[in-house]
Design a protein around this ligand. Structure first.
Ligand SMILES: [Fe+2]
Ligand SMILES: [Fe+2]
Length: 341
């Protein structure tokens, strides 16, 4: 085993690159924690960008490979995804409260502890598997794709680079992750992409992978309530089945639903728990979690963190979504409210 290993560096090995990023994340956490309230914003923005890129690399490259190619690893990936979801939730809250808020530091310390524990788990589970199982050439291809996005996350302040990267990786933490993910998808070499998507059934895999990507993009656009991006991915005559009462089953209804969810659960973070594709269909199971601070589906805000889960099937035609079926579980949202009601 060790005979197969060549010297690994962040430049030629995705695992070395991710471990180096873990170290940089810890250092940036220290920098934010040591800064006075008025000086936290700048290092926190660098940390946000690095986290966005790092999580996007793991979501697009590491998790799919480990889940598909390593026997028995699906449960490990699921645990890591749940930790990442928790970290993202705290990050979204930190970003919206602002670095000079009185409650920033307690939340930040919680974030730091979560992220450090998560990084240790990754290094001892997923990364160790990846290093053992994936060929050096594949790990090099993964590192090349990861570096495209990593270039957008300078960890030290350099005025020139800073302003260039700010134009590309901006907005909320989730928008930054979306952007970094898009860049990585475009940068993964075709051979590495076919391995990540499951080699051996190339024609089917290509169509399925493309369809899944459309659904991921639609889901991300939905989460941002980005009307232009959503309409771009919905086919003319799009039909939605199973929409909540009062929401039309067409593209206008879809956009309205996204806006309602955004208004009701503004900090919602969505995790895709499963995604399967065959022919022109994609099936997805997801969990959305957020703080219920606005009216949603006629339910008054409870300020509780609630989860909404759903099983969905999409039919694609010509690279767009033509039809959609959903079964949503809104019981936590609609369920017994707090004391007194
Ligand atoms: Fe991670
Ligand atoms: Fe990580």
């Amino acid at each position: 085993m060790s005979a197969q290993r060549t010297a690994t560096t962040p430049g030629n090995d995705v695992v070395a690159l991710l471990i180096r990023q873990h170290q940089l994340i810890r250092e940036l956490c220290d920098e934010v924690a040591a800064a006075p309230p008025a000086g936290r914003h700048e290092p926190f923005q660098r940390l946000l960008r690095l986290m966005a890129v790092h999580e996007a690399v793991e979501e697009e490259i590491v998790h799919p490979y480990v889940r598909r190619r390593i026997a028995g690893a699906a449960a490990v990936v699921k645990d890591r995804l749940e930790e990442e979801r928790d970290a993202k939730e705290i990050l979204v809250r930190l970003d919206s409260m602002g670095t000079d808020a009185a409650e920033f530091m307690p939340h930040f310390e919680q974030f730091r502890a979560t992220v450090i524990a998560h990084a240790q788990s990754e290094e001892s589970s997923e990364f160790a598997e990846l290093r053992e199982q994936a060929r050096p050439s594949l790990r090099r291809a993964m590192a090349a794709a990861a570096k495209v996005a990593t270039a957008l996350a300078p960890t030290h302040p350099h005025p020139g680079v800073e302003s260039a990267s700010k134009n590309i990786l901006v907005g909320t933490p989730l928008a930054m992750i979306d952007r970094a993910r898009d860049l990585i998808r475009e940068a993964v070499p075709p051979r590495a992409a076919s391995v990540l998507n499951g080699a051996g059934q190339k024609a089917t895999t290509d169509e399925s992978a493309a369809n899944k990507q459309v659904i991921r993009r639609l889901s991300e656009a939905f989460n941002r309530a980005d009307e232009i991006a959503m309409r771009d991915l919905l086919a003319a005559g799009f039909v939605a089945h199973g929409m909540p009462p009062g929401v039309p089953g067409d593209a206008d209804g879809w956009v309205r639903l996204a806006r309602q969810v955004k208004a009701g659960l503004p900090d919602q973070v969505t995790t895709i728990d499963d995604m399967l594709a065959e022919g022109d269909r994609v099936a997805m199971r997801f969990t959305g979690r957020g703080t219920h601070t606005g009216e949603l589906f006629g339910v008054q805000p409870s300020n509780r963190t609630v989860s909404v889960t759903a099983l969905e099937i999409y039919r694609l035609s010509g690279g767009k979504v033509a039809e959609y079926w959903t079964q949503m579980d809104l019981s936590e949202l609609l369920g017994p409210p707090g004391p007194g009601s």
